[in-house]
Design a protein around this ligand. Structure first.
Ligand code: ADP
Ligand code: MG
Length: 335
């Protein structure tokens, strides 16, 4: 549906997008995930024909966005990071205006406006001034305008930024619904958001594509090395003895608990976690020590994201502006 090849964008000497290549298939929901400044908006602006590229190609349904912008743009609905809403208009006036700009007229214009009003559930506010609407409703109006012209692909840049928790849930539900009838690409710097909405995740950091997979596969990538946390009816010394003879352990931490039991964290060297779990079970049983609790700790997407983005850090680079701090704060804010 969309093919991006060697896309590069420089602002002076600064490379905001660095040789991005990927394919977007029809009918799925994709998430561009990356910290602020990663190049998500720049990429989306280029893909939607709003910004030129320094190098590379973007094809929408076979049409080159630079050479056949008319045909290419017809197939995309875009909600930019800062949607150009006209505050003194009503949603209805604004949508008619956008619809006309997209070439819709007469009965077809009215039909489509009514349809997107219904789809985005803005019936009750459609005659109010946009200035008087909550941020959540404004965002719906923004999504409604993207839907006009029946584009196959909907591109949404940080659609939940600045919304309160309830509005975030509503907008996420709306995006999931759109995903049933459209190819959707959204950007976000919030991990849990792309994890819950998207079928495929593209992790972008410093203008580079550093991972492209399903949320599940991204999690599996980090399944090893994993960790087992166990509680046993044994002394720390006995536990160390039992664990000491087992293979495939990279690291052990043993801690006496106030309850008289022992807690141990065991890191595997990357072996199948169940094989190690089984070995632990029999080792404790063989010494007639009871294993009271065994927890297999899988890495989550948060870990993967941190690992992948850290790998792209250049050691000589000045500590990246408040990128990491901002990431964590926004994540909290959204939960
Ligand atoms: P994101 O959307 O992932 O937060 P952007 O695509 O907005 O990232 O920005 C990527 C990088 O490009 C940032 O470092 C940003 O400062 C820089 N940048 C964006 N637009 C411009 C511009 N018009 N001129 C110079 N630098 C820019
Ligand atoms: Mg952005």
């Amino acid at each position: 549906m969309i093919s991006v090849e060697h896309l590069t964008k420089c602002y002076g000497d600064f490379m905001a997008v660095d040789d991005l290549s990927f394919e977007i298939e029809e009918g799925q929901v994709y998430g561009f995930l990356g910290p602020n400044g990663a190049g998500k908006s720049t990429t989306m602006n280029i893909m939607t024909g709003c910004l030129s590229a320094t190098k590379g190609h973007v094809r929408i349904d076979g049409y080159d966005i630079f050479e056949q912008p008319g045909e290419a743009k017809k197939r995309i609905g875009y909600l930019p990071e800062q949607p150009p809403l006209y505050l003194n208009e009503t949603p209805l006036e604004y949508l008619r205006f956008v619809g006309e700009a997209k070439g819709l007229r007469g009965a077809e214009l009215e039909r489509q406006v009514a349809e997107v009003v219904e789809q985005t559930k803005i019936q009750e506010v459609k005659h109010r001034s946009i200035a008087a609407l909550s941020k959540g409703y404004r965002q719906r109006v923004g999504i409604a305008q993207a839907l006009l012209g029946s584009p196959k692909v909907i591109i949404l840049d940080e659609p939940t930024v600045g919304l309160d928790p309830l509005q975030i849930i509503e907008i996420r539900d709306l995006i999931k619904q759109l995903g049933q009838t459209h190819t959707v690409i959204l950007s976000s710097h919030i991990l849990s958001e792309v994890q819950t909405i998207c079928e495929k995740i593209l992790i972008i950091a410093k203008g580079k594509l550093i991972a492209f997979d399903t949320p599940d596969n991204l999690e599996k990538q980090l399944l090893s090395p994993s960790e087992i946390v166990l509680t046993a009816e044994a002394t720390p010394e006995e536990t160390e003895e039992i664990l000491g003879v087992l293979e495939h352990i990279a690291e052990i931490q043993v801690e006496a608990q106030e309850t008289g039991y022992v807690r141990a964290r065991v890191k595997t060297d990357g072996t199948d976690i169940y094989a190690l779990s089984r070995a632990l079970f029999f080792a404790f049983a063989g010494r007639e020590k009871a294993l009271l609790e065994v927890n297999l700790k899988k890495a989550n997407l948060e870990d993967i994201f941190i690992e992948l983005t850290e790998k792209t850090e250049e050691p000589s680079a000045a500590p990246a502006e408040p990128v990491e701090i901002e990431w964590v704060e926004s994540e909290d804010e959204a939960e």
